[in-house]
Design a protein. Structure first.
Length: 148
């Protein structure tokens, strides 16, 4: 099931790519059911907080009627930034599955490890490398196309 949900996150990344957004996608799951999805809309919406994770969290909270997502897991194609990790902690997401790590701005194990910082009252289990090649390649292709 993990690969299935990450493939759904990759579909969301493709939706972002179609809009010429950085191709990152997120899916929030409770049990075996997808509760919400999101993809980057920062350029489209002119909103610096319109990251895939934030959008998916907002939609999940709306769908479930509350902000506590403690029985939910998130699948995201790229390691979240500090802002998104903060939202993941605030939403009480149980587990985060990451496709590929982000050595330039990742805050779930690369530059920082906010999700397992013992200073915070909530911890989020993290598993990385799920469909890593696919998640990495869509980003590499996007940025390569921007440079040419």
């Amino acid at each position: 099931m993990k690969e299935f949900f990450m493939k759904k996150a990759l579909e969301q990344a493709c939706n972002a790519l179609y809009l010429d957004e950085v191709p990152v996608g997120a899916v929030i799951v409770r049990g075996d059911q997808i509760i919400s999805t999101g993809h980057n809309l920062k350029e489209t919406s002119k909103d610096p907080t319109a990251h895939a994770e934030i959008i998916a969290i907002r939609r999940a909270s709306e769908a479930l009627g509350g902000w506590r997502l403690s029985d939910c897991d998130m699948y995201v194609t790229l390691e979240p930034c500090a802002m998104c990790c903060g939202a993941i902690l605030q939403a009480r997401i149980r587990k985060l599955y990451i496709g590929t790590m982000d050595p330039k701005s990742g805050a779930a194990g690369s530059l920082l490890n906010l999700l397992n910082d013992y200073s915070f009252n909530h911890k989020c289990e993290v598993e990385s490398g799920l469909l890593e090649d696919e998640c990495s390649q869509i980003l590499k292709n996007f940025f390569k196309s921007k440079r040419t």
